[in-house]
Design a protein around this ligand. Structure first.
Ligand code: ADP
Ligand code: MG
Length: 697
């Protein structure tokens, strides 16, 4: 039997394959490009392309594709075969350096938010050598960035790479000040924990809402939901276990470090966490993971739901973005060190994150904003829409002592002097893990918990990296000019704590009282919905920061704001139309049919036994007829709200959706869900929550 190490990464053109298939000289050049972003000359590119092709063909591949991440949030690929005609009438398999480095997909149908005029439909894809190529479905997939003719980014990878570079630049300045002249670069690492639901494919197919929108738009609460908490970490059912085993194998072949899997809080909900890797690769791998999860599910007669809120009243799915930064020497900069000096450095990086989260609460909120995620944030199951940072009692006490020049208990009643005292090691305390914080320090990393399950992790990391780069830049600017390094450092840390401690919150983030305190007392932002937050992407301070670090150009930001709102609008409008159709074609007819059958039965009974009252039937028929009428009214109201959108621009449409369409959708749903509870099971036109959530054994 083949063991995991035998096949791990077998479909990846990784370092092992590069070493084995490239000449020493070509390998060295390519490594320089990967590690330091050096230009690759064309002879090297040709040699790499040829080796890649030979390797891919030997693995059965016939095609290649530039694999990219347009602003739709999913990946895109256009396949070309390697074949090239030979004079003798046959074909040879060819792949040139040029084809490896650059592609020209017809990009006119990808969102560009006005960046690409229609007459210039061309877009370019450019090879990202820092993420390994891999084979999927007999196709060599080359991770690429995607940009317009004018060089503006049309994807998520480009700004992500730029944000990593920005953070690297600033962190290097700081490390130099601390005397780390041997460090060559600083990289951010991410381990995204991915939540998902599994439902039976046959049941899924019977629900138009799931098929068209990925979430249920109707559905009464089942008698049993998640109240027993018996699913969390529960025994994995055989069908699910088979799925997970198969999924792991597929992911391992692709070099994805799938590590942990368990059942989540809601029935039918599960989680998969990989071992962390460099942000760029973690992002590619997360996209790949989501795709493979869905593909493997189909093989098992299942459907993997990645939507943030597939079921109302049942926990939705998120993605925890575990984030840290480390040097090329493998030193995690968010780990308290062993010497006083290292501790000061640790505190400075910690402060940089605190300041970043506080100063750019809006950008972090924007980074996780989608129509789907709006259903989760603040719904007592996911962190609220208000950003705050959990540090734990110990670390908070340390910061408190520094801010107020007070003795810190942990170090034996003496004043905590930066650069002199050793801090305690902040090990992750499992008993005191705060699961309700949107942004939690967990010993040597931060866990950003607001991301939705379906979203690419790129956006969150772009904003996080950029904001932290900005804090570090401000620090480096001051420290480089400081006459007395230690005292300037101490003052800066003190000032950061004073200015930004309002973002620290160690309590229960789900508590209503916290939202009140956060918004009223602390003045933290609370953007509840996507239309509430998205326009703030273009606030002056945000544009200034993101352009200064060269993460986005101003026009790229404008286009992104437009596209994100457009995506929101489209998602909700598809849901609204699906609701109308389900209500008109399935739900109302079902209620009417059941009511008619009851009426008929009553008439028959009465014909048989004239003195019967048939009170129950009469009552039910009355209730059902009334519900059918209310549902019809609900449909009309929803349609009217949609008509109200005509002629509005993207932003106005988003507001009208928030204020009129979504409320009309909830009202229609409430009536339909009530009708479901009053209608006999055999008359209800599609599987119920109970069927869906408990179907997979
Ligand atoms: P949980 O949060 O469920 O208790 P862990 O803390 O063990 O789980 O890890 C969750 C995720 O965090 C994993 O994907 C893991 O690889 C990742 N992780 C661990 N250390 C780091 C780090 N230094 N930087 C980024 N991610 C990390
Ligand atoms: Mg976690």
């Amino acid at each position: 039997m083949k063991t995991v190490p035998d096949y791990f990464g077998s479909m990846v053109f990784d370092d092992r394959v590069m070493r084995a298939t490239l000449s020493a000289e070509v390998y060295r050049s390519l490594k320089r490009t990967i590690d330091r972003g050096a230009q690759l000359d064309s002879s090297v590119a040709n040699a790499v392309a040829d080796a890649m092709k030979n390797w891919a063909v030997s693995k059965g591949a016939t095609h290649y594709t530039h694999w990219f991440q347009p602003l739709t949030g999913i990946t895109a690929e256009k396949h070309d075969s390697f074949i090239s005609p030979s004079p003798d009438g046959g074909v040879i398999m060819e792949f040139s350096g040029k084809e490896l480095i650059k592609g020209e997909p017809d990009a006119s149908s990808f969102p560009s938010g006005g960046l690409r005029a229609t007459f210039e439909a061309r877009g370019y894809t450019a090879w990202d050598p820092t993420s390994y190529a891999f084979i999927k479905d007999k196709t060599l997939c080359i991770p690429t960035a995607f940009c317009s003719y004018g060089g503006e980014a049309l994807d998520k990878k480009t700004p992500l790479l730029r944000s990593m570079e920005a953070l690297n630049r600033q962190a290097m300045r700081i490390l130099k000040l601390f005397g780390h002249t041997d460090v060559k670069c600083v990289r951010t690492s991410v381990g995204p924990e991915q939540e998902y639901f599994l439902v039976d494919k046959e049941l899924f197919d019977k629900r138009k809402d799931l098929v068209y929108t990925g979430r249920t738009l109707f559905g009464a609460k089942p008698p049993k939901g998640q109240e027993l908490d018996d699913h969390y970490f529960g025994v994995i059912k055989p069908r699910v276990a088979e799925y997970m085993a198969d999924l792991n194998e597929e992911l391992w072949k692709l070099g994805v470090l799938a590590k942990t899997e368990h059942n989540e809080v809601a029935p039918a909900q599960h989680e998969l966490a990989p071992i962390f890797s460099t942000t760029n690769i973690a992002t590619d791998h997360n996209q790949l993971t989501m795709e493979i999860m869905q593909k493997v599910a189909l093989k098992h007669g299942l459907v993997c739901l990645l939507h943030e809120k597939p079921f109302a009243g049942v926990n939705g799915s998120g993605k925890h973005n575990n984030w840290s930064l480390a040097t090329d020497k493998g030193v995690n900069l968010l780990t308290p060190g062993e010497t006083p000096y290292e501790n000061a450095q640790f505190l400075l990086f910690l402060c940089a994150v605190l300041k970043a989260v506080d100063d750019y609460q809006d950008l972090l909120r924007i980074a996780v904003a989608t129509a789907g995620n709006d259903h989760r944030l603040g719904a007592n199951e996911a962190p609220p829409a208000v950003l705050s940072v959990f540090l734990g009692d110990e670390l908070t006490a340390v910061l408190d002592a520094i801010e107020n020049d007070l003795p810190y208990n942990g170090t034996g009643k003496k004043l905590l002097k930066l650069g002199v005292d050793v801090l305690p090691l902040f090990v992750k305390d499992n008993t005191d893990r705060n699961r309700t914080s949107p942004f939690a320090f967990t010993g040597n990393k931060f866990e950003f918990r607001m991301l939705g399950s379906a979203n690419s992790i790129a956006c969150a990391n772009i904003m996080l990296n950029s904001a932290v780069a900005e804090s570090l830049k401000i620090y480096a600017d001051r420290l480089e000019k400081a006459e007395d390094f230690s005292s300037t450092l101490h003052e800066m840390i003190k000032k950061t704590i004073k200015d930004h401690k309002k973002i620290i919150f160690n309590g229960n983030g789900y508590d209503e009282a916290w939202i009140k305190e956060a918004t009223e007392k602390r003045g933290l932002l609370n953007y509840r919905t996507t239309p509430d937050c998205m326009p703030h992407l273009l606030d002056e301070k945000n544009v200034e920061m993101l352009t200064a670090h060269k993460v986005y150009s101003e026009s790229e930001l404008k286009s992104r704001c437009e596209i994100m709102l457009e995506n929101y609008n489209k998602a909700v409008l598809i849901e609204a139309s699906t609701m109308v159709s389900m209500a008109e074609k399935e739900i109302i007819p079902a209620i009417e049919k059941y009511a008619a059958s009851l009426a008929e039965a009553a008439l028959k009974k009465k014909a048989l036994i004239p003195e019967l009252e048939c009170a129950a039937e009469k009552e039910s028929v009355k209730t059902l007829s009334c519900l059918a009428d209310r549902a019809a009214e609900g449909v009309k109201e929803l349609k009217d709200s949609l008509t109200g959108l005509v002629g509005r621009n993207t932003e106005e449409t988003a507001y009208a959706i928030r204020d009129a369409v979504l409320p009309a959708m909830s009202r229609l749903r409430a009536v339909a869900d009530e009708a479901e509870t009053k209608t006999a099971k055999e008359y209800w036109p599609f599987p119920t929550y109970g069927d869906l959530l408990f179907s997979v054994k």
